[in-house]
Structure formats: structure tokens, C-alpha cells
Design a protein around this ligand. Structure first.
Ligand code: AMP
Length: 254
């Protein structure tokens, strides 16, 4: 499975799922410069290869691929991926060029590693939808699996970027998953999407520790914003917010 390192239990859940289903598991660690649209985020991205190696050994991962930037360099300055609507909304809207960079690196990793199955986390649902499109459109010979988001006891979705949060900020950041759960309950009890969106926005306006970037209710398959939960078979709530200068994302199916 492709990762950017600074591994945590979320990544290890992907390794465990692969090991349970396949005789050989490969993990890649590469902090991909072309998927960062913010130089500071790239510079501050947590890196700890020695610890990653220790965790992968303990988890029984069979091979680690950690190329350097020269090895992964490509014509990305000429070639861009465009996924239409899928990479214009949510993460794509706030991180222009991000998904083109992701598609580049994942394509290269698939060609180099030639996995039968690749594992991705639900936490990056939009990324998964885009990679599924890439694989289907370009006929990559790989099956894709999604693994549920692994969370801290307080509900915070595990993320390498959490390493940049203080203890207190990690507690504050639990508000993301709390508000997703509340929004989910409200929708299940028949509240309108407009009202739920307003509630979420109002909740964060009152919370000085967190700056909400977006909260969207979309059809999970095509990421189109919907007006009513009846408009899609599978509905997903997606959000991004800044806590202490760190950008976090989370999502939840309704
Ligand atoms: P990253 O290293 O953040 O690029 O993530 C590598 C892979 O691990 C991606 O498929 C992520 O969706 C997945 N992942 C990251 N965090 C979690 C989590 N908390 N639970 C499950 N999967 C995760």
C-alpha cells in the first residue's frame, strides 16, 4: 500500500488486511512533493523512517519500497491528470493540483510494485474515488480495497499530521468526528441537509480552536453535493478543518 510514512495504527490496519488476504505485502513510503500545494505543509510533514521500519517489521510487512525523489521524478511538469468534477470539489477545491500529484505517484507505484490488490483508507475517501477512476479508466490490473478509518479513543481520525498537534490540540481536534457523528444523527432523524450544514458551520464558528474549511454532504460514488439523503444510495459527510495550523480531514458515511 502507498503511504507517506510517519506510520500509525491506521496504516498498520491496511498492512494487517493485506497480510490476512495475501502471501506477500509491500508498503511504500514516499513523501510525494508534487501532491503538496503548500510548501510549508511539505516541509513540516512528519518523517521518521527508522520508526516506520520498526513498525513495519513488527507488523510482518514483507517488503518496504522507499524511493528517493530522483527515482520518482517524471514529466509531471508536462503531464497533468484531470478527473473533472471529482478533483474540483472538497480537497480538490482547496488543494489545487493535489490529486494530479497523487495520480502520478500512485500510477508509478502500481507499475513498479505490480500489486494484485492495493489497500487504501476510508479517511481519504475522495482520493479513493479518484484512484478507482484512474484504475478503471486506464485499465490498471489491480484490485482496490478500502479499510475503515482507525481512530484515537476520543474519535480523532489517526493521521500522520496529528504528530504536529499538542496533547491539548488533539483533544480539541476530536470535535471534527463529534460534529460528523452529530450531523449523521440529525440526518438520520430527518433534518434537512441545509439545516445540518448550518448547524455544523455554527458549531465551528463558536469554537475558536478550529477553523472549518468545508463541510459537504455528497453522493459517495460521484462526490456530487446532494440536497436530500434520499438522492443517493450511499451518502458521505466530508470535512476539512485547521487546528493549530495543521490541516485535518475526516469523513463518515450516513
Ligand atoms: P498517507 O500516509 O496519509 O498518505 O496514507 C496512506 C494510506 O493510509 C492512505 O490510503 C490513507 O487513506 C490510509 N490511512 C491514513 N490514515 C488512516 C486511518 N486513520 N485509518 C485508515 N487508513 C488510513
Amino acid at each position: 500500500m502507498p503511504t507517506m510514512g510517519a506510520l500509525h495504527q491506521g496504516h498498520l490496519a491496511l498492512i494487517a488486511a493485506s497480510r490476512a488476504n495475501h502471501p506477500f505485502t509491500v508498503c511504500s513510503v514516499f513523501v510525494n512533493p508534487i501532491q503538496f500545494n503548500n510548501a510549508e505543509d511539505f516541509a513540516k510533514y512528519p518523517r521518521n523512517l527508522d520508526r516506520d521500519i520498526e513498525l513495519l517489521e513488527k507488523a510482518g510487512c514483507d517488503a518496504l519500497f522507499c524511493p528517493d525523489e530522483a527515482e520518482m521524478q517524471s514529466g509531471s511538469q508536462y503531464m497533468k491528470f484531470d478527473f473533472g468534477h471529482l478533483d474540483k470539489v472538497m480537497e480538490g477545491k482547496f488543494r489545487p493540483g493535489h490529486f494530479s500529484g497523487v495520480a502520478h505517484v500512485v500510477s508509478k507505484l502500481f507499475h513498479i510494485v505490480e500489486p494484485d490488490t492495493a489497500y487504501f483508507g476510508q479517511k481519504d475517501w475522495q482520493q479513493f474515488v479518484i484512484i478507482r477512476t484512474l484504475v478503471n479508466e486506464l485499465k490498471f490490473n489491480v484490485k482496490l480495497q478500502v479499510i475503515e478509518t482507525v481512530r484515537e479513543p476520543n474519535g480523532l481520525a489517526m493521521s500522520s499530521r496529528n504528530e504536529r498537534l499538542s496533547e491539548g490540540q488533539r483533544e480539541q481536534a476530536a470535535a471534527l468526528s463529534v460534529s460528523l457523528k452529530e450531523a449523521r444523527q440529525q440526518l438520520l432523524h430527518g433534518k434537512s441537509i441545509d439545516d445540518v450544514k448550518k448547524n455544523v458551520q455554527d458549531t465551528f464558528k463558536q469554537n475558536e480552536a478550529i477553523q472549518l474549511e468545508y463541510f459537504e454532504v455528497v453522493n459517495a460514488e460521484n462526490l456530487v453535493a446532494i440536497k436530500s439523503v434520499a438522492d443517493a444510495d450511499r451518502v458521505i459527510l466530508c470535512m476539512a478543518a485547521h487546528v493549530g495550523g495543521v490541516r485535518l480531514i475526516d469523513n463518515m458515511f450516513v
